[in-house]
Ligand binder design. Structure first.
Ligand SMILES: [Zn+2]
Length: 243
């Protein structure tokens, strides 16, 4: 420590700053990927914001994918079929293709098994067993309508598995229709095509849409360190009907 203080004045500020960034970006511990089996140092997600050690360098999985798969493997609860996966993430899609009989991917563009707009889903009432929808609602203008549509097309015993960017310490979701440029949306909502950042009231949107039961899976403790999860990240399991 003493040596550092002695040397510090002789190192130019830009170089000291570079050393600080270099040390801050150095991985801390080796992680495990429960999707592809990789063990080693994870990569950073450039953001914004920068998220350190959350991307598996082998399969490209992010924290939310590993959190989902950890729950899926531990819960040992088969997903009710048919399973519809909206805006499917490749790392999870690859897993489901080999595991499920009736698995359908859907997107708003023709890049999946079918094209569906989640604000107006062209499917009959009570026709789906499980909906998986990760980090989609923050892109959707009328997310409340999308959640109502999910409840409508799910069977009474069906379940919505959903995750969104969420800041737990915010009571209210932050959204502003006046923020329209890509630059401003990146600054305010974290990505050029995001329309909001959810707050604690996300649960209210789920119950208002008709889901009577909302359970939460949370990245916590040693498991978060081992799997390289964002601490406190959540997946919501929504079922039941409004009471
Ligand atoms: Zn992996």
């Amino acid at each position: 420590m003493k040596m550092k203080k002695l040397i510090k004045p002789f190192i130019p500020k830009p170089i000291r700053r570079f050393i600080t960034y270099f040390l801050a970006l150095s991985p801390v511990v080796k992680r495990s990927c429960n999707i592809c089996g990789f063990k080693g140092y994870f990569e950073h997600f450039a953001g914004p914001p920068l998220l350190s050690e959350v991307v598996c360098p082998k399969c490209g999985s992010h924290s939310r994918h590993r959190l989902f798969w950890d729950w899926y493997e531990e819960a040992k609860m088969p997903l009710i079929e048919p399973v519809y996966h909206f805006a499917p993430e490749g790392v999870l899609e690859n897993k489901f293709r080999g595991n499920l009989q009736k698995y359908v991917t859907s997107n708003i563009t023709p890049t999946a098994d079918c094209v569906l707009d989640i604000q107006n889903i062209d499917l009959p009432d009570s026709s789906i067993g499980t909906i998986i929808c990760n980090h989609v609602l923050e892109h959707v203008p009328n997310d409340r309508q999308a959640l109502k549509e999910f409840r409508r097309v799910l069977k009474p015993e069906g379940r919505l598995i959903v995750s969104v960017p969420l800041i737990e310490g915010w009571a209210l979701t932050y959204e502003d229709e006046g923020i329209t440029s890509e630059r401003e949306r990146t600054a305010h909502f974290g990505q050029c095509d995001h329309l909001r950042v959810y707050g604690h009231d996300f649960r209210s949107r789920l119950t208002e849409a008709g889901f009577g039961k909302v359970e939460e899976i949370t990245a916590y403790g040693a498991k978060a360190v081992e799997l390289g999860l964002l601490r406190g990240e959540k997946i919501f399991l929504c079922s039941g009907t409004a009471v």
